[in-house]
Design a protein around this ligand. Structure first.
Ligand code: ADP
Length: 222
């Protein structure tokens, strides 16, 4: 069963007197273990699709199903809970808290969730997994861009999500550092947690299992 899917998803925005159709009927399903790249020109609807699949926004028409739950049938509260339980996020500019160590940054979503019993162990395991077992006490300004993004990936995994959504994850990284981050994504996907990354970066598509191209709010046929 797909971890996350959109069925004929449409999203329109009212902007003054004009209606902008950001998504014009998109079908996509991501299965466990897949690393999927979403590419397309600026304005083609990539961020809009990521926001729908990440339960940050709702489609104007069509359906989004996350972990078996049709998002439209949930209250706002239920949708937020579902998002916290099932979706990890990774962003282009990392969004680490500068006054917290790497270890503390990874732990933050676990604190919000309130299930703290094994949080320290889990945080240490995740830092090991992204190759930063010896950097837990470092602050973000003591880490390279690639290390920061690997901390962010560890953080995205702390609540055992069903999927990780990434917005331009290599956008602030050079080629070699980007490769290290993409290796981590490959490992995470191989361990069963699928990755869906929106990107302009050709390098991401080289690591992804498949690439979906959006043009004018539609998926271009292969
Ligand atoms: P991409 O991520 O591929 O650059 P977006 O999903 O950001 O594309 O945008 C798709 C289209 O929807 C664009 O035409 C954009 O201007 C429009 N759009 C996105 N968000 C809004 C918004 N909040 N209000 C009005 N128009 C929007």
């Amino acid at each position: 069963m797909a971890v996350i899917s959109a069925v004929d998803a449409v999203k329109t925005y009212e902007s003054g007197s004009k209606t902008v159709r950001a998504l014009a009927g998109v079908d996509i399903a991501v299965d466990p273990g897949e690393f999927v790249a979403i590419v397309g020109p600026s304005g083609s609807g990539k961020s809009t699709l990521l926001n729908l699949l990440g339960l940050l926004d709702e489609p104007t028409a069509g359906r989004v199903v996350v972990d078996g739950s049709p998002a439209s049938e949930l209250s706002t509260r239920e949708r937020t809970d579902l998002r916290r339980r099932t979706v990890g996020f990774v962003f282009q500019s990392f969004f680490l808290v500068p006054t917290l160590t790497a270890r503390e940054n990874v732990a933050v979503p676990g604190l919000v969730r309130g299930d703290r019993a094994d949080l320290l162990d889990r945080t240490a395991d995740l830092l090991d997994r992204v190759g930063l077992g010896d950097r837990g006490d470092h602050y973000p300004n003591e880490l390279s861009g690639g290390q920061k993004q690997r901390v962010a990936i560890a953080r995205s995994l702390v609540n055992d999500p069903e999927i990780v959504l990434a917005d331009e994850p290599t956008g602030n990284l050079d080629h070699d550092t980007g490769a290290q981050v993409l290796d981590v994504f490959d490992d995470v996907a191989a361990d069963g947690v699928p990755i869906l990354a929106v990107t302009h970066d050709e390098q991401v598509t080289e690591y992804a299992d498949r690439t979906v191209r959006l043009v004018d709010g539609r998926i271009e046929s292969p």
